[in-house]
Design a binder for this molecule. Structure first.
Ligand SMILES: NC(=O)c1ccc[n+]([C@@H]2O[C@H](COP(=O)([O-])OP(=O)(O)OC[C@H]3O[C@@H](n4cnc5c(N)ncnc54)[C@H](O)[C@@H]3O)[C@@H](O)[C@H]2O)c1
Length: 330
């Protein structure tokens, strides 16, 4: 199959491209390296004759012309990810998210030219997370059909959730109006090697590497559920490949919930280093207290379930980050 992965040099895109190319598919990665890195791993992937790179800013309509056409599957992953960036450049988070998604859909319906092709949108749990701030509660585990909410348009944190909400609306209503196949996924805290340095797990590992003590821990009692990247990209492939998922929205994640304190303790154990003092701190405004996806719809429609244990996934992640400490990347 001929497959396009936009934002393909980033965390999820790289692992997805690696998996799909190893199965013999013809992969085009499109990225402008805003956040994705030209590192040794991407270089090795690009040595495969069935993997191609197009460097392009996909928030610009004309850039889509460089991608050619005739793709059987399109994974639209472009986005400005990373919580710090939501606060620093909310206007760009909005512009790039909305513009690239509109252009993706116009290109897909007007130029791509494969009648049975399917396009996948990576939304986010952040599209509904603000409901907690607005109403004080969310069903847990959280199913796909909860209202998508922006509690406070002046809190830059919600720039990211806001553009994902708009992206979902575009996908649903363009697909209906122009009659094409699409699916929306909401990744829930994917982790693993080569995930950048802004997320909680790489951040914790960097502090361990330089032996930060006292060890600051914001939001110690907050909970998340972490899904290892190999499981995550398998789920995306399964959702894309199924006809039962056409037109639907799916949560992808691991149903095991744990506190941030339990997470860092597990990482300390694996890294074999414990600080003398754990300094628990308040979370930034708008941070979500509990997050746990209901993944039963995904299991019902595709049979997919996360397989990797937290210990196994963290071990692989820790090994990679100890060999690849933070440089000057985002
Ligand atoms: N990682 C997660 O757990 C998670 C959770 C929820 C949603 N998502 C969504 O999944 C998608 C992929 O996430 P990721 O973790 O791989 O993030 P990432 O930042 O590693 O990858 C996104 C890629 O998009 C590229 N990009 C940004 N602007 C671009 C532009 N204008 N033109 C071309 N490329 C551009 C970046 O350079 C980067 O390589 C994003 O849309 C993100 O919002 C991820």
């Amino acid at each position: 199959m001929k497959i396009l992965i936009t934002g393909g040099a980033g965390f999820i895109g790289y692992h997805l491209a690696k998996r799909l190319s190893s199965e013999g598919h013809n992969i085009t990665i499109a990225d402008n390296f805003f956040r994705g890195k030209r590192d040794a791993e991407l270089g090795a992937l690009l040595k495969n004759p069935n993997v191609h790179l197009v460097e392009a800013d996909l928030s610009q309509k004309d850039a889509w012309n460089a991608l050619g056409k005739g793709y059987d599957q399109v994974y639209h992953l472009v986005g400005i990810n990373g919580t710090n960036l939501f606060y620093e450049i909310p206007h760009e988070v909005l512009r790039i998210g909305v513009a690239s998604t509109m252009h993706a859909l116009d290109w897909f319906r007007g130029v791509n030219g494969v009648p049975d092709a399917k396009i996948l949108y990576t939304s986010s749990n952040e599209a509904y997370a603000s409901a907690l701030e607005a109403y004080g509660s969310l069903p847990l585990p959280t199913p796909e059909n909860v209202p998508l909410v922006i509690a406070d348009t002046y809190n830059p944190r919600w720039s990211y959730g806001g553009q994902k909400l708009i992206g979902e609306l575009f996908f649903i209503h363009y697909a209906k109006a122009y009659n094409f196949r699409m699916v929306i996924v909401r990744p829930h805290n994917f982790y693993g090697p080569r995930s950048g340095y802004g997320h909680v797990i790489p951040g914790t590992l960097e502090k361990i590497r330089v032996k930060t003590d006292p060890f600051p821990l914001p939001g110690a009692d907050e909970t998340r559920s972490f899904c290892y990247i190999d499981d995550a990209v398998e789920a995306m492939q399964v959702v894309m490949g199924s006809r039962a998922t056409d037109g639907g929205t799916y949560h992808i994640g691991n149903p095991n919930e744990l506190s941030m304190e339990a997470l860092v303790q597990e990482i300390f154990n694996i890294a074999k280093w414990h600080p003398k003092t754990l300094e628990k701190k308040l979370s930034p405004a708008g941070s979500v207290k509990r997050r746990l996806p209901d993944v039963s719809k995904l299991k019902r429609d595709t049979g997919w379930e996360a397989k990797t244990t937290l210990e196994e996934g963290l071990r692989k992640t820790v090994e990679w980050y100890l060999l690849n400490p933070k440089g000057d990347s985002r």
